[in-house]
Design a protein around this ligand. Structure first.
Ligand code: AMP
Ligand code: MG
Length: 467
């Protein structure tokens, strides 16, 4: 396997990372490889015995400059000055056939100086979840890290029980986070903060002329990203600042899940005790995270007071940018390509009906315009009244078909694939992966079951972090 590395992070100031190789594992075996993604990255073949050793961290490919990145972050609102790749190693970067530079990172690849007592490993469950959900998100048109490969390690990991170890190889436009900026800003390390900013501008926002522009661009991307999540019923679950990609991609699929029966207060993550990262809180947290990013950029500005004013104004642009993106995303789901302010009410009223009836989020939108759409609701009269208002807006069926998925990685299906995988049966994982990566395709005999909402006894309402 040849990987056409072109590494840049490794040339940044040395305090920004620790150069080190992954820790080898006993007996790796392939769980999945993503041939289409490999081809898009200019990687020749990823189904060789050598490739397995590379994805396991046992063999370093030519041209790799492996390293663990340092960062900090606010976790559930609390400042943590020292985080970093505690169980991940960046192998290097490649420039894909689309001209975009991407990181190739192993996650679950052993301890690093940033492990903080952790074992640096992952078990198969979260690896499968990240693989399934990130590839589904990509197919759904959401900017995201992607899964290039997954392997089991042939080693156990010890959590509350003994579990099979695994490693995911993921790609990202970069793994630079809000927390990466925060780490250097908090220490007053101007050399690294400056170098990081220049690197990020050159790499992700080449039109930006400085930190103020960079802030604007990141805010715009992040507002659009969260609006997309909302329009799919996606709950990230752990929107800490160390899990906010500067490139505007969805990153870190820990306790994430998609809503089945709609309610805006939905929380899946077992550790999110107070619902900080509940569905409806995501845009507010988005603005909060951008305020932390703005704060980390302030030291770069010559006039601190003026910068505080300007950056505060920039952060205040997040809510209207988000609202606009939300309107466009949900408008499209209703078949409206130029939604108006009045359409806001139409959308909100539908979501209110769904909340009242606990209607299935994905299937309600997918059913719109069909004869049986009212079956999704208990209060059919209320829905019929809503439908009459909506029909007056002459919805575009093609736009709806392209924006309302039939299949999402439903939590009970993901859990089912994980339990089977844990017992050595990967067929459910592969069947589910095939279904969720064609979310807008007409249902077939093979995929119809994945479109079904969970029955009461199938519901999985709790998710756990990937540690
Ligand atoms: P996460 O919740 O996955 O975003 O991780 C938060 C922090 O904990 C990051 O710095 C991770 O690198 C670190 N971490 C999570 N799990 C482990 C682990 N098993 N071993 C070492 N570090 C970990
Ligand atoms: Mg993280």
């Amino acid at each position: 396997m040849k990987i056409p590395f072109d590494n840049s992070y490794a040339t940044l100031p040395p305090q920004m990372f620790t150069a080190m190789a992954p820790t080898p594992v006993a007996q790796p075996q392939i769980v999945a490889t993503n041939d289409a993604l490999a081809a898009a990255l200019g990687i020749d073949t990823i189904s060789t015995p050598e490739a397995v050793q590379i994805f396991a961290g046992n063999h370093l490919p030519d041209g790799a400059t492996p390293l663990a990145q340092v960062y900090a972050g606010h976790q559930f609102g609390n400042w943590n000055p020292q985080l970093g790749d505690g169980r991940a190693i960046l192998l290097g970067e490649v420039i894909g056939t689309d001209g975009t530079r991407r990181d190739i990172q192993l996650k679950g690849s052993g301890p690093t100086p940033y492990s903080r007592g952790g074992d640096g490993r992952a078990w198969l469950g979260p690896v499968m979840r990240e693989y399934l959900v990130s590839e589904a998100m990509h197919a759904l048109g959401v900017p995201t890290t992607r899964a290039l490969a997954a392997v089991t390690t042939g080693e156990n990991v010890y959590r509350e029980e003994i579990l099979p170890g695994a490693i995911i190889t993921r790609t990202a436009q970069s793994h630079i986070r809000v927390g990466t900026f925060q780490f250097f800003a908090a220490r007053g390390d101007m050399q690294a903060l400056q170098a990081l900013t220049e690197h990020v501008i050159a790499r992700h926002y080449p039109d930006a002329t400085g930190p103020a522009d960079l802030l604007d661009a990141v805010i715009a991307n992040y507002a659009k990203l969260i609006a997309k999540w909302m329009s799919l019923g996606f709950i990230h679950g752990v929107m800490n600042t160390d899990n906010v990609s500067i490139a505007g991609e969805t990153i870190d699929y820990g306790p994430c899940a998609f809503i089945d029966a709609f309610h805006p207060d939905t929380v899946f993550s077992a550790i999110d005790q107070y619902g900080r990262y509940a569905y409806s809180n995501q845009p507010g947290i988005g603005a909060w995270n951008m305020a932390q990013f703005a704060t980390a950029l302030i030291p770069l500005m010559p006039d601190r007071d003026a910068a505080i004013d300007d950056f505060t104004a920039a952060v205040h642009r997040f809510p209207p940018l988000y609202e606009q993106a939300w309107l466009m995303s949900f408008g499209a789901k209703l078949g409206l390509d130029t939604p108006t302010d009045d359409d806001r009410q139409l959308i909100t009223d539908l979501l209110d009906l769904m909340t009242k009836d606990g209607a299935d989020f994905t299937n309600s939108f997918a059913a719109l315009g069909q004869q049986n759409a009212c079956d999704q609701f208990i209060d059919r009269d209320a829905f019929d009244k809503w439908q009459i208002r909506w029909q007056k807006r002459s919805p575009d069926a093609a736009l709806m078909a392209a924006t309302n998925p039939k299949i999402i990685p439903r939590n009970h299906r993901v859990e089912e694939a994980i339990s089977a995988g844990r017992n050595g049966d990967l067929t459910r994982f592969h069947d589910l992966l095939a279904a969720v990566t064609q979310p807008y395709a007409p249902l077939t005999e093979a995929t119809a079951a994945y479109a079904r909402a969970p029955a009461e006894d199938e519901k999985v309402t709790r998710t756990f972090c990937g540690t």
